[in-house]
Design a protein around this ligand. Structure first.
Ligand code: BYC
Length: 330
């Protein structure tokens, strides 16, 4: 996908059976793989894919919430929403940096995003229609993100795992600020409770889709599990999320929009209804309610920022030149 000669970064012997076995032995021994270590080209490629998509998700994920910064109901809500959106920008930057250690540039990754070729989480293609959506996103979307990202703190690739530790701490604050918004609405006026219920109705199923396709259709899972990039399957994490979140909805006095949802005593978990996977794939393939809008917003931001990048590079060039001149004069 990326033009750069990434394969050339891997030693010539990095595909031999002996090398692959030795690499797998390092993974099995829970050693961290670091940027300058030799690695199979497919391991590098899968990490660039996943970390790049993850970074894009954080950056695109700023848009639905950014839409409400100027309309937050109180100063306190505005301050915490601003902080949350800034955190997401920071997460994107750690993640782009982690991907850069694998030999791909941020410019290349951004060009993939603004050309519409790169994927990012399906969840960010839905509109935020009311203030309650900001509560639902923090509670459900950040809640789902934590469930998926805590195991990534133990991922085999060092820079990704270390970035995830900081990200998870911040996501945990995000989840709580979202749930607190939902609590406030749920105990408020009947209209506020209705807003909270409406937001839950619209965000519940897309949140379950964040974990990716069902295990039987997840093409990368087996290899990523063998390499300890993934520690749990998509369905396992989805189940953990449902089990943790349903009691939280009950505490709010809200109803989950799933008539098939019921506690299963044998599996000690909730049975839930059929997910509309056709709808999921439509969104992933670019036909969700706001895919075009999201990509266009990122394209505009990248183009508007061109002069800043040029100025920063020119400033760096001049400093370098001055430093060479002053060294020559000594
Ligand atoms: N949306 O074989 P599979 C946040 C793609 S942001 C779109 O199971 P894998 C936040 C998948 O990429 C946090 N595409 O893949 C920010 C693959 O396509 P390609 C976002 C999806 O990688 C702001 C194909 O479907 N979190 O927290 O083994 C505000 C087959 O899937 C989706 C991450 O990025 C999807 N939902 O597993 C608030 C976590 N699901 O690449 C909050 C990091 C699947 O072959 N990523 N696809 O073209 C992961 O953990 C894994 O990549 C996934 C998918 C579990 C998502």
């Amino acid at each position: 996908m990326y033009s750069q000669g990434l394969l050339a970064m891997d030693a010539e012997n990095s595909e031999t059976p002996e090398f692959l076995a030795a690499f797998q032995a390092r993974i099995d021994a829970d050693e961290k793989i670091e940027p300058n270590d030799p690695m199979p080209a497919a391991y590098r490629k899968t990490l660039i894919r996943q970390i790049g998509q993850h970074a894009h998700s954080e950056i695109v994920g700023m848009l639905p919430e950014g839409n409400w910064i100027t309309r937050a109901p109180t100063l306190r809500r505005k301050v915490s929403l601003l902080a949350k959106v800034q955190d997401e920008g920071g997460h994107g930057l750690y993640l782009y940096s982690a991907a850069e250690t694998l030999g791909v540039s941020r410019k290349e990754m951004t060009e993939e995003l603004i050309s519409g070729r790169a994927k990012y989480s399906s969840i960010f293609n839905y509109p935020t229609q009311s203030w309650a959506d900001i509560g639902a996103i923090g509670w459900l979307v950040d809640g789902a993100a934590i469930m998926n990202q805590v195991p990534l703190c133990r991922c085999s690739y060092g820079p990704y795992a270390r970035a995830m530790i900081r990200v998870c701490k911040e996501e945990s604050f995000h989840q709580r600020q979202g749930y607190e918004i939902m609590v406030t609405l749920a105990v408020g006026a009947p209209e506020q409770k209705e807003m909270a219920q409406d937001a839950l109705n619209r965000w519940w199923w897309p949140s379950l889709m964040m974990f990716g396709p069902p295990d039987g259709e997840s093409m990368h899972s087996d290899q990523s599990t063998q390499w300890k990039i993934k520690r749990f399957s998509n369905d396992e994490l989805r189940q953990k999320f449902v089990d943790a979140t349903v009691p939280q909805a009950h505490h709010l006095g809200l109803a989950l929009p799933d008539t098939d949802l019921k506690w299963d005593k044998d599996k000690q978990g909730y049975e839930y209804g059929e997910i509309d996977w056709d709808a999921f794939w439509r969104v992933v393939k670019g036909h969700g309610p706001l895919n075009r809008n999201r990509v266009a917003a990122r394209k505009k931001a990248w183009e508007d920022g061109e002069w800043v990048r040029e100025a920063a590079l020119e400033h760096a060039r001049k400093r370098r030149e001055r430093s060479i001149q002053s060294q020559a004069a000594e």
